[in-house]
Design a protein around this ligand. Sequence first.
Ligand code: SAH
Length: 236
Amino acid sequence: MKTDRVAFVIAMRSEAEPLIKSLGLTAAVGIFPETVPFETFTGEFSGRRILLTVGGIDEVHGIDNVASQPATLMTWLAIDRFKPDLVINAGTAGGMGRAGCEIGDVYLSGEVFRFHDRRIPLPRFREYGIGSYPSFDTSGLARQLGLKRGIISTGDSLDMTETDLVMIRVNGAVIKEMEAAAVAWVCRITRTPMFAVKAVTDLIDGRETPQKQFMANLRLAVDNLQDAIRRILSSL
Ligand code: SAH
């Protein structure tokens, strides 16, 4: 696979900040239309041209534009404007403790991306809702870099209903977050190779709420994420 141009899609500024610093990227204006809230950073790393996009801040609520809607639009714009050879969705996530996830682990995406909260109980619509969009094969990278690998399940909530948990299990997922499958869908329709790299901030089958764990572990997770991404870029 050609990887001269790599686009990162990241939901939160706090997830992106250490990476922006460590790759030496700088803020770039005029790449996306002025009407969207997303921020863009560009630079070069390991001989590759990099575009990094972050969701930006919601003008009404003053917090990061997380979840699938902004991720979809941001991915589309990144592909349309930057023409990347590869899209990497990076961020934080919840992990299944029972499947061996630990706080701070960095996971590469497994074979497919699925949704756990798009329930459409009709023939074929059921599978459409779940999605199962392909990931670039990360098995070589995982082996080479000693990173874990697993199926990622996406939904638009940070907390989780009983039904969500059942669906996450049915999806065969070990990682739960709020953007990856949306990014993967845009990459599927545009035929752009894509994978995700997610650092675990919370255990979804742990005793504490994800919110509480997220805040406590964010720094460790994003630092490990940044380190893993540098290594990934150097060995692509
Ligand atoms: N509490 C945070 C908000 C995090 S929103 C704050 O106040 O800053 C959750 C973001 O982290 C999403 O972009 C999502 O992809 C990721 N995430 C981390 N853990 C998650 C989990 N257990 N479930 C869903 N998304 C999670």
